[in-house]
Design a protein. Structure first.
Length: 318
């Protein structure tokens, strides 16, 4: 009997159907389908063995569905745990992996969150050590949302400019980092044991040819990060700045459209994703059918899979 794999996606036109076609054409005991969610409620069991998530970062209703499925023992890819990461968490992960990350300082909300008053913030230092922040980041600096992903960036050249930009941030959580507006960016898409390394423009949000000299340091940084966390089906963004490679962002739903990647890169990502999903579905089935296979065994198997030396390819723009 085939194991059922479900895909949650938004308005993507090429990657979800191509992945489903690849999975089902292999006849490897896994049947993939696009999910229709009519309700989210407590259930005794799930029909799915594994879920692919391409949209829940934008739709909280879907994220609740994935959380509910996780209680039933159904994992999702990318891992749900990555949704809790912010820029400080990403910098912490980089530090633990011995990968360079830009100095990142989280700032408290400029405006109190709803229901919070000044008396509730007795544990918060006042005044904040603004000069220390800028000594860590240097000038010019960048003020941006603490949430991962692309978004507006305020570049500041003085403490006064930082205060002004911070004063307009309202109740958003913000971080201050060094200004890397002149950096060259690279995005590494993780697809099973394969890494697709692409040049990336964070302003136009488009891929471009990658510099040959950035391939080796990007591969080395990814290997270290993959030993600490499961980044499958995400994009690890790096910035080449002042002769160093910095981990600058994490894309939970990188652009995987055919016309963005080009035919060769698209085909490699689809093929390797399908292989990884079949492997994970088989592993989930073994754990479900054999009580002697513990969660610890499954965890070790996953760690082993992500620590394998990834194969790296650079994209070719067409």
């Amino acid at each position: 009997m085939s194991q059922l794999l479900g895909i949650l996606h938004g308005r993507e036109e090429t990657f979800p159907p191509a992945l489903l076609n690849e999975l089902n054409a292999r006849q490897a005991g896994v049947h993939g389908e696009s999910i229709t969610v009519s309700s989210v409620e407590a259930l005794e069991r799930s029909p799915y063995r594994l879920l692919v998530d391409r949209i829940s970062g934008k739709v909280p209703y879907y994220r609740s569905f994935l959380q509910q499925q996780s209680w039933l023992g159904v994992p999702s890819m990318p891992s749900l745990s990555l949704h809790s990461l912010d820029r400080v968490g990403l910098a912490q992960l980089a530090l633990q992996a011995r990968v360079q990350a830009p100095p990142t300082v989280l700032l408290p909300h400029q405006a109190h969150p709803p229901g919070v008053e000044g008396d509730d913030l007795g544990n918060l230092a006042y005044p904040m050590p603004w000069e220390t922040y800028l000594r860590q980041t240097g000038l010019p600096a960048a003020l941006r949302s603490a949430r991962l992903g692309s978004g507006p960036i305020s570049r500041v050249a003085s403490l006064g400019e930082l205060w002004g930009a911070y004063g307009r941030s309202g109740d958003q959580l913000m971080v201050v980092q060094p200004d890397m507006s002149d950096a060259e960016h690279v995005l590494a898409i993780v697809a099973g044991s394969h890494l697709e390394v692409l040049g990336y423009d964070p302003v136009s949000v488009r891929y471009r040819p990658v510099s040959e000299e950035l391939l080796a340091p990007t591969l080395q940084a990814c290997q270290r990060l993959l030993q600490l966390a499961d980044f499958n089906l995400t994009g690890l963004e790096f910035a080449w700045h002042r002769s160093k490679l910095w981990l600058s962002d994490l894309h939970l739903t990188p652009d995987l459209e055919w016309w963005s990647l080009g035919e060769e890169a698209f085909g490699r990502i689809v093929t390797n994703c399908a292989q990884e999903l079949i492997r994970r579905t088989a592993e989930a089935e073994r754990q479900a059918s054999d009580p002697s296979v513990s969660k610890e065994t499954g965890r070790r198997a996953r760690e082993s899979s992500v620590s394998k030396r990834p194969k790296v390819k650079k994209t070719r723009t067409e």
